[in-house]
Design a protein. Sequence first.
Length: 830
Amino acid sequence: MRSLTKRNLLKYLSILTALGSGGFLVVASCLYLYLSPKLPSVEELKEIELQIPLRIHSQDLKIIAEFGEKKRSPVSFEEIPQNMIDAFLAAEDDSFFEHKGIVISGLARAAVELVTTGSIRSGGSTITMQVARNFFLSKRQEFTRKFNEILLAFRIEEELSKQEILSLYTNKIYMGNRAYGVGAAAQVYYGKTLDELSLGEVATIAGLPKAPSRYNPLANSERAMQRRNWILGRMLSLGNITDLEYQAAIAELDNASYHGSVSEIDASYVAEMVRQEVISKFGLRAYTEGYTAITTLDSAMQAHAVKALQAGIMAYDRRHGYRGVEQSGLEEDSWAEVLRKARVYGGLEPAIITEVAEDHLQLLSKDGLQLPLNWADGLEDLRTYRTVNARSAPIASAGDLFTVGDLIRIHRHSEDRVSLAQLPEAQAAMVALAPNNGGIRALVGGFDYRQSRFNRITQATRQPGSNFKPFVYTTALSSGFTAASIINDAPVVFDDSKLEDTWRPENDGGKFYGPTRLREALYRSRNLVSIRLLRRMGIDRTLEGLQAFGFNTSDMPLDLSLALGSHALTPLEIAAGYAVFANGGYRVTPHILDKVIDRNGAIIYQASPATVCNPCEETVASDVVDSIDFRLEELLNNLAQESLPDNEKESWAVIKQALQNSNNVSMVPATRVIDEQTAFLIDSMLKDVILRGTGTKAKKLNRTDLAGKTGTTNGPRDAWFSGYSPDLVTTAWVGFDNNALIGRNEYGGSAALPIWIEFMGAALAGKPDVKHPQPNGIVMVKIDAKTGKRVGPNQTGIFEFFRTDNVPELINAGSIAPADNQSPLPEDLF
């Protein structure tokens, strides 16, 4: 065969190249015609919506919680620091601002890998191609996907600016630990905003997109630092940083640690309530659509509530003795790991005893500090628990109870001063409502949500005991009884067919006091008077009165034990009932969710609670709503000027605009359920509980507008106090989840009332007293304290409020006669 000349060889090669190129162009054209219609449209490219989690805020717009599979804090291109842009370009695509979406050399390298190995290892993708893949395409490394990626990259480059592409990339890219985008990564790994990151931290974050697990600083610190240093070296070679900056950055230690969702308020029970309500209204899309839920919660009141409840339950716990260390005999080499795993509950930190002296302990804290626990800080009067009603004598020395290697709990007062503590076994709960519309201003469902997620405000049904009596007394006042009506407080035996056995009710302490006015019977919490009062009114009439407060009476006991609060209710139901007393006789419904705003600022849910508005027209004037929005707008402006992170400004602007657009909301007038005369009378009687009854500890608040009632159930097992001012109604409960005894000296006034006092004192601090005005139809009359009868001006007596149509007749001194329609029943005579 004749050998090929050089010219012929070049000719054949040219023909083959042309045929190959033509074939490639034909194949490429066919693929383009086939795949192009399946690519996203221009409109879709410009209307990309990121998955943004549900965020829950207080009424004053503090962050409570964030819910969603993907943590994301969207940022604009202008909010991204230049050194972060440089770091990403150095790591992923240093020719980003020069190319048109693809880099031929990188694609060629990837194509060779695909043909030779069946997979693409080096990537070959520009940032634009990564945006295409992350937004619209699967991550399977196959040829058609890669071709789609190329086509879409061209389309993206045609329709979006380089700044818009980078903004999409930095907000969408996965960064590990459920963080998507640079804003979320800065928060999750460093607890910072973008402008607070150091150069080393910026480079660490820029190293994550390549392999979020492999280069995760939490899981693989060494690899993350290697990747960081490589990126810093690239930035140096590209002229992005100086040698001095490079040396300082690579010298930075790995200080990454996991930071959960930002929360400015301890309100986990509220967060869960709101999460459930939002999901019930909008479904699972609420986790990804960027909804903002604004609650009725007041952040300052919530902080006061948490502090008061935790202090109150720890005080109860101390009264019953120390139950012992949590763990003992821990080997020294396990201390760090044990402390790392031990969680902080209710502010009580774990610590391990490293030295025991006669008058002090030396401790290792969770944060690695050596701390002294001195004799005066919980040891000098330390008594151990024996039973719910008994404690030991004080210990003589620290060595009597503690040894090296014991795990205990401490309460930290300052950096170097701690006191001995223990996790309480008892529980407590407290809720505060706005009486005018039922908005929940503060709610604590237990000692610590992380320890127990059971919400005792909404889920625990407990007997309220005497805390229930005001509802029975209100029905009596509406039925012709007066605050001066006499009921005999004397022992009695009831053979009630609806009770299982003969019933012999008693007062606390077993004493009886004879004929007693209703006012005194209520503020002294006399059980026999309440029982006889219910017997006189009848069960049916009483149940009818209870329905007015919103109670479900269908499963209430149809017997006289109802007068003593035998029917179990939630603390929220009790608080809602007391709101009727606080607002002058109107029924309101407790609610926590005020409004939900979507990512575009549209209000997609707005609560319209029944609201007390007196005096005013049935439709609330627009200036009332305007004033509310003005306060919110003012708050938003203050936040923006003071400490609002750059990456949150856009979100706040959307919320602000939504609030400005919400002033067209009309309020539904609340329904009056007890007349204003009855409301005034029961309010006056409940004020006496604090002035001279079982709630006198609350006098320390030095206010004249407080009223309420204690409650203690048999055992005792439950301790309650519900009380209010005209601006705030609060219920506090203390007890055990398993219904165990709380101790013979624990009552509503000793266990629950201190919590209520601590909270109300803080919540109402600086606010003037507000009194309900005396309504028309009420007069004050001088009566005989023993008989409840009206006396003359020159006779000894006390003053009492009456309806003008129910004033006792004037009697001569010394005469005793039962009031009309109140002839004594047989059991009242003995």
